[in-house]
Design a protein around this ligand. Structure first.
Ligand code: P6P
Length: 338
């Protein structure tokens, strides 16, 4: 019976990546090993995030646990876990984390050919109220087999080999692209395996949702203000778009990817480069959106064409359905030509 076959023919993320690897006979499986360590980190964080609420309830948070250790804040714990998992994979040379000011150069004996940029727990300010949060990551190849240098992680987003996020919400969902489409996997806690649940995700060409923090409206520039006005008061007879804003990038982007529409974190007078970080928020999400048939724009250029000069630099971002982003690009182009 088909349902039985599907139920027993489990496409786990490991099997999926091995299938991908078999398309590259020259591959020595390094990427598969790296990914398996990222998946391990996501499983650990998922478990810790789910317990966080409980820990708070039974008074553990902020106290010492039974071993007398200081209960670490979840974002610090997540950062430690990912750094240890990535180093022990033996496949990375440089790590950039949202939690660490400086890049982490892996010791020579454990070095590999990849560089990983990541936000171990984005949106962690939302933990206490149970809003979905997530890990975001991007993977570069070292530029050549030399001593690792900081330029290896200051590459444009279009040089990324892979990117993904893991959303810790009502379920734990890992969405990833290795450059040939986007696939979503859901953690089956009883198996401890990520199972393919969203094969070949494609974002609708046009959407009915816009996602932005309207509280910043007084500081927006002309094109952003004009676009949001158009979403609310369309002049072409179409119906107004719905506003959905969770305030956790992984959750807002995941909804945009599946339902369509746009997610905006524009520049404004307070923060002229916007708020979101280029390396481990803008690039990975832009990579995924393009792979899913959407677009990602900075207000000036294609987001993935940006060449970062500092590890934690920020950029405005407009990402989502292809046609919706075209409208935003047209408004910025018109502003340019004034
Ligand atoms: P604001 C969370 O703090 C975060 O870094 C992203 O996850 C989210 O998209 C953004 O900031 C929300 O920012 O200014 O709207 O609260």
């Amino acid at each position: 019976h088909i349902a039985d076959a599907q139920r027993t023919d489990l496409m786990t993320i490991t099997r999926f990546v091995l299938n991908e690897q078999s398309k590259h006979p020259e591959s020595r499986g390094d990427f598969t090993i790296l990914l398996s360590h990222i998946v391990l980190g996501c499983k650990f964080v998922c478990s810790a995030v789910n317990k966080a609420g409980l820990a708070k309830l039974i008074g553990l948070a902020g106290e010492t646990n039974v071993q007398g250790e200081e209960q670490k804040k979840l974002d610090v714990l997540s950062n430690d876990v990912f750094i240890k998992a990535l180093k022990s994979s033996g496949r990375t040379s440089i790590l950039v984390s949202e939690e660490d000011e400086e890049a982490i150069f892996v010791e020579p004996s454990l070095r590999g050919k990849y560089c990983v940029v990541f936000d171990p727990l984005d949106g962690s300010s939302n933990i206490d109220c149970g809003v979905s949060i997530g890990t975001i990551f991007g993977i570069y190849m070292m530029q050549d087999n030399h001593e690792p240098v900081i330029e290896d992680v200051l590459q444009p987003g279009k040089n990324m080999l892979a990117a993904g996020y893991c959303m810790y919400g009502s379920s734990c969902t890992l969405v990833i692209s290795t450059g040939s489409g986007v696939n979503g996997f859901t953690l089956d806690p009883s198996l401890g395996e990520f199972i393919l649940t969203h094969p070949d995700i494609k974002i609708p060409k046009k959407g009915k949702i816009y996602s932005v923090n309207e509280g910043n409206a007084k500081n927006w520039d002309g094109p952003t203000a004009a676009y949001v006005e158009k979403c609310k008061f369309p002049t072409d007879g179409s119906s107004a778009k719905s506003l959905r804003y969770i305030g956790s990038m992984v959750a807002d982007v995941h909804r945009t990817l599946l339902y369509g529409g746009v997610f905006l974190y524009p520049a404004d007078k307070k923060s002229p480069s916007g708020k979101l970080r280029v390396l481990y928020e803008v690039f990975p999400m832009s990579f995924l959106l393009e792979q899913a048939g959407g677009q990602s724009f900075t207000g000036k250029e294609r987001a993935l064409d940006l060449i970062p000069t500092k590890l934690h630099e920020r950029s405005p971002i407009f990402l989502g359905s292809y046609d919706d982003i075209e409208e935003i690009k047209a408004l910025y182009a018109a502003e340019e030509s004034k």
